[in-house]
Design a protein around this ligand. Structure first.
Ligand code: ZN
Length: 145
């Protein structure tokens, strides 16, 4: 569609607000969910259970059943799975080494920092082709017309 796919994520104000609300609700634990895009714009923040066995306050994990549920949600909305979001309670909105290990190429990863129950910075990341690091992308709030 355009050459900037892979570095920018367009998202509706409603979906952005849903991510913020989810992060605040689950504080002090991490929240996670899938982002569904329709026509190149993320329109839906689809909540997923945090299935990590290591404690939801520290890590998030998208399991195979979550992945399937996210794809089903995308089909339902006639869109596609654009990526995943999760929160960093009392931590900056930067990916951890664990996030890097869990990441798949070609998806957008949105991280929201939640500090003392208040939603903070929200950032967007992409895995580099060689999978050695994340590259920060741009999160663009799309005004619905
Ligand atoms: Zn993380």
């Amino acid at each position: 569609m355009s050459t900037d796919v892979g570095t920018r994520t367009r998202i509706t104000a409603g979906a952005l607000e849903a991510i913020r609300a989810h992060g605040v609700e689950t504080f002090p634990h991490e929240c996670c969910g899938a982002m569904i895009s329709v026509g190149g714009v993320v329109v839906d923040a689809f909540r997923l259970p945090n299935t990590t066995a290591e404690g939801a306050a520290r890590r998030f994990r998208i399991g195979p059943s979550d992945y399937r549920a996210s794809e089903a949600r995308a089909r339902e909305l006639k869109g596609e799975l654009a990526g995943f979001y999760h929160s960093h309670p009392d931590h900056p909105a930067r990916p951890s080494s664990h996030d890097l290990e869990q990441a798949w190429p070609n998806f957008s990863y949105v991280i929201i920092s939640v500090n003392a129950s208040v939603a903070g910075d929200i950032t967007c990341w992409y895995l580099k082709d060689d999978r050695t690091a994340f590259e920060q992308g741009e999160l663009i709030c799309h005004t619905e017309s």
